[in-house]
Design a protein around this ligand. Structure first.
Ligand SMILES: CC(C)(COP(=O)(O)OP(=O)(O)OC[C@H]1O[C@@H](n2cnc3c(N)ncnc32)[C@H](O)[C@@H]1OP(=O)(O)O)[C@@H](O)C(=O)NCCC(=O)NCCS
Length: 384
């Protein structure tokens, strides 16, 4: 029998899984990934090396890292029908919705026997296909929105470099590639975020990995989750357009007076602590400001909003606050911020789906029922 004592709105504090993948250690203020501190990984390993670690639980040898790079490069192609689908979508389609549709569509290109084989090897093989193809879908969905021709991935470029290449067809500079690589690493895995939980719930019905990741895309789009990086950057742009740093405090005061939320602040698990990813990334901001003429002014806005939020609410920025600003400075179009978050998170999602399939039990929680209890025979069937 379920009682109100069992009820935790938003499942706050509820433990739903045992995992060997990652853990937010609040006492040590560490994001533990397979026994490593994510913040150290972000400074020492590349995104693809960290992806290997997330998926396989160990750092790759040089050969293993090279094999992963090659698999991703070989798989970074799309069936022509997927390109055609992107072009056929209404121009207002958000790239996140196009990505959701595209990943779902890819399931149809798998041999049904492999699609429904949930053993580790086929799951990793399918997962890597999704990881390789997702940035191609995301960037070209944006380009299709803009009425621009598609840009396929360039096999001569690395995974991260290709993302910047496919956005605008320009060879990216090393500073931008390195910064994006660190951003992707910071996003790679984060315990049981809403989208990861979504993927595990879907996988627990023994649905395939395409379905699980498609569901994760939908979850990540929401502004309380991955959509916050887009919303946070949009807020900085809004404040800039409304007069700059001098107007930042009033802007925040107005939103709070209307009981609105300031995107990029607060976190279910950290809430009153600094997100370690945001703490790391904020130090990289000053060196990127030269990339945009408005960089310095936006940095002043960034700091003012953080100062006002802490003074008034004691809330700290989460990773989406600096990342929203970093991606803006790297000239990534704002509608691609959340799709890139999703692309970065795919190794984590693969690991979670694989773990769920390996030790599966169907998720099926209960409710506190607040509806009517008594049957009303005189009403039953009256509407028929
Ligand atoms: C992430 C988030 C959804 C966590 O929410 P949660 O654990 O469910 O906490 P709640 O929504 O219950 O918020 C608790 C309190 O803090 C306030 N709060 C939390 N985040 C806030 C924010 N970003 N701006 C303003 N107030 C905020 C809530 O209004 C609430 O206040 P109240 O108790 O007076 O009503 C929340 O912090 C948020 O909405 N942040 C903005 C979106 C964001 O950046 N998301 C990315 C997360 S990585």
């Amino acid at each position: 029998m379920t009682t109100t004592n069992d009820y935790s709105p938003g499942l706050e504090g509820v433990i739903s899984n045992a995992t060997t993948i990652s853990y937010l250690d609040l006492d040590k203020e560490e994001i533990v990934i397979r026994g490593y501190d994510l913040i150290e990984l972000a400074q020492k390993l590349s995104y693809l090396e960290t992806a290997y670690l997330v998926m396989h639980g160990k750092e790759p040898t040089q050969q293993e890292a090279a094999a992963l790079r090659k698999t991703l490069s070989d798989q970074a192609t799309l069936p022509p029908e997927v390109y055609a689908m992107l072009k056929s979508l209404p121009k207002q389609t958000h790239p996140m919705d196009a990505l959701r549709t595209g990943i779902s569509m890819l399931a149809g290109y798998e041999d049904p026997a492999i699609l429904n084989d949930h053993h580790p090897e086929p799951n990793f093989a399918k997962g890597l296909k999704i990881m390789a193809k997702a940035p191609v879908i995301a960037c070209n969905a944006y380009r299709a929105n803009q009425g621009q021709p598609s840009i396929p991935a360039d096999p001569k470029l690395g995974f991260t470099e290709n993302i910047l290449w496919m956005i605008n067809g320009k060879r990216p500079d090393k500073e931008s590639v390195d910064m994006l690589d660190m951003v992707l690493t910071c996003y790679i895995e984060h315990e049981l975020a809403n989208s990861t939980f979504t993927a595990r719930i879907i996988a627990s019905s023994l649905c395939d990995i395409y379905g699980a990741i498609t569901g994760a895309v939908a979850s990540l789009k929401g502004p309380l989750h991955g959509g916050a990086n887009e919303a946070a950057a949009q807020m900085l742009v809004d404040i800039l357009q409304k007069g700059g740093a001098a107007k930042a405090e009033q802007y925040i005061t107005d939103i709070r007076a209307a009981h609105g939320r300031i995107m990029g602040f607060g976190h279910r698990v950290y809430m009153r602590k600094y997100d370690p990813r945001a703490f790391l990334l904020k130090d990289y901001l000053p060196r990127l400001l030269h990339k945009k003429p408005e960089g310095e002014e936006m940095y002043a806005i960034y700091r003012k909003v953080e100062e006002v939020m802490f003074r008034e609410t004691k809330l700290y920025p989460n990773a989406d606050y600096p990342i929203g600003f970093i991606l803006y400075l790297l000239d990534v179009p704002i509608p691609l911020f959340t799709p890139l978050f999703l692309c970065a998170r795919i190794p984590g999602l693969i690991a979670h789906v694989e773990e769920q399939h390996k030790e599966n039990r169907l998720f099926r929680p209960r409710v506190i029922y607040l509806g009517p209890r008594e049957l009303h025979p005189e009403k039953a069937g009256a509407g028929r």
